[in-house]
Design a protein around this ligand. Structure first.
Ligand SMILES: Cc1cc2nc3c(=O)[nH]c(=O)nc-3n(C[C@H](O)[C@H](O)[C@H](O)COP(=O)(O)OP(=O)(O)OC[C@H]3O[C@@H](n4cnc5c(N)ncnc54)[C@H](O)[C@@H]3O)c2cc1C
Length: 475
């Protein structure tokens, strides 16, 4: 792609509706077939799922495996994988957002350790399904690295590993790598050490989402695309011109939840932006190493996340404009040049030899953030309404765990999953505007200032602590 900000489509496919240009991942899948038929008439279902991303699709998949006689329907506003699921960094990460201390304060230490183990094991679970269903999505279980390029970052990385140990992770799960070992894996400039966490896989996310949708269909679930739902009520979901009546309605709309009636302040739609390089040559790869396909993030407060893609590129993501006023999520829109340049600069900070490499694609997406920065899975038995999301940018594996958990809850099974501490947690809403907008943007500015200050001084910046206090998040 010559100009990643414009995303002009040289060969428009009349059936694609431009979806091929949602992300580099979708471009790899081009040409897409025509969208699945929209729902045209009212109907009944045993379970109606609103949203065809990972949360909705995993829930449908698990329900049908558990009980093939169930009539399950998925209603998707655009196409399966359209949202964050088809645009993310492709980290299948075995960790949940929210600090263990916070989970333990609510639910106790044992439940918190069980939750940590459940999400860590989810990486292998996703791998099993990928294999069983023959989903070609470049799944490689190489773990993840948090690299330190300054002594201060190294101190933090060491603290993260100690923290892992304190919360049930052993040396086979999480280790501190010294400078040589870290550089032996990936030749990050000036790397002083890294945390290696074993429970992570690299994946092509749109290929996983689209392949999962096909597996779900094969199992007998009906997916209606181009079927936006305007309202959810106990016993009914309302796409335009029709009604789906169902004992259970599952809300699986994560970053788009604010668009549904009555849910404006439930989950904050947070933007995240990504670029991908043009394919790197063999000599560049032999210099960078990265043979294990570990996912990687740096040690800044406003960190960037990277993967080595199967087609020989580096995909890197981070925050651009984090939030739009009044929880608006712009539909597509090009990524501003400034964001592309900032992500490229962060790539070069990690790998100076890539200074001259061209950017081959740029896109963004929206993820869901709850006010207490911890995800939730819920079912209100009295109304039949269910929901999951708020993964704070760590939703690829978490959506699988949520789908399995929702399956148990909907089928009334009293299982370990159904008792995990993220189930049925009360969630409080976000502040009204303009507080929400001011809060998010000031936290973002404080963290950016903290990174600049720490890079310059090598000492912890007080602004990072201030950001923690304002946001209520343990960064
Ligand atoms: C740029 C970016 C990078 C990320 N990187 C990672 C990563 O590397 N690892 C990780 O774990 N997580 C990552 N995340 C987060 C992760 O992608 C999400 O948490 C996860 O995909 C959420 O899945 P979901 O199905 O809940 O939501 P989505 O994938 O957003 O799906 C929601 C679906 O609901 C549909 N929908 C919305 N409203 C309606 C309606 N009213 N009616 C019908 N349908 C509707 C949407 O069209 C969409 O398809 C990233 C997110 C972004 C944006």
């Amino acid at each position: 792609m010559s100009n990643p900000t414009t995303r002009a489509n040289p060969n428009p496919n009349p059936n694609s509706h431009g979806y091929e240009h949602l992300s580099h991942w979708f471009e790899q899948l081009a040409p897409l077939g025509p969208p699945r038929p929209a729902l045209e008439r009212s109907r009944d279902a045993d379970v109606c799922i609103v949203g065809g991303g990972f949360t909705g699709l995993w829930t449908a998949y698990e329900l049908k495996r558990a009980d093939p006689s169930l009539d399950v329907v998925v209603l998707e506003a655009e196409i399966a994988g359209f949202g964050a699921s088809g645009r993310n960094g492709g980290w299948v990460l075995g960790e949940l957002a929210g600090s263990p201390e916070r989970w333990a304060a609510r639910s106790g230490r044992d439940a918190t350790v069980a939750l940590g183990r459940a999400i860590a094991d989810t990486v292998a679970e996703v791998g099993h399904v990928v294999e069983r269903e023959g989903i070609g999505c470049d799944f490689v279980r190489g773990g993840t690295l948090q690299v330190a390029q300054t002594p201060l970052q190294l101190e933090r990385v060491r603290a993260v590993v100690d923290h892992d140990r304190a919360w049930g992770m052993g040396p086979q799960d999480s280790v501190l790598l010294g400078a040589q070992d870290a550089a032996g894996r990936v030749a990050v400039d000036g790397v002083l050490g890294a945390r290696y966490f074993a429970h992570c896989a690299r994946v092509q996310p749109a290929a996983l989402a689209r392949g999962l949708a096909e597996a779900v269909e094969r199992s007998g679930v009906v997916i209606h695309e181009h079927t936006p739902v305007s309202r959810i009520e106990p016993g009914a979901a309302y796409p335009s011109g029709s009604i789906v009546r169902s004992r259970f309605i599952v809300r699986a709309t994560e970053g788009y939840t604010a668009r549904l009636a009555g849910l404006k302040r439930a989950l904050l739609p947070m933007n995240s932006s990504m670029i991908v390089t043009e394919p790197l040559g063999e000599s560049a790869w032999s210099e960078l190493r990265w043979d294990g396909c570990e996912t990687l993030h740096d040690g800044h407060h406003r960190y960037v996340y990277l993967q080595r893609t199967a087609d020989g590129r580096i995909a890197i993501g981070g925050r651009g404009n984090p939030y739009r006023y009044s929880s608006a999520s712009d539909r597509e829109g090009p990524l501003p040049r400034q964001t592309i340049d900032a992500l490229k600069a962060r790539l070069v900070r990690l790998f100076p030899s890539l200074d001259g490499v061209a950017v081959g694609g740029a896109w963004h997406g929206v993820l869901g953030v709850p006010r207490d920065w911890s995800p939730v899975v819920g079912l209100d038995r009295s109304t039949g309404l269910a929901w999951a999301g708020g993964y704070v940018g760590e939703g690829v594996a978490a959506a699988n765990l949520a789908g399995r958990t929702l399956c148990d809850l909907l089928l009334g099974r009293d299982t370990e999953l159904a008792r995990l501490p993220w189930v049925g947690r009360p969630a409080r809403g976000w502040e009204p505007e303009p507080l929400r907008f001011l809060g998010v943007h000031s936290v973002n500015a404080l963290l950016a200032a903290a990174d600049r200050r720490e890079d310059a001084s090598g000492r912890p910046a007080v602004t990072a602590r201030l950001a923690r206090i304002i946001s209520g998040r343990d960064f």
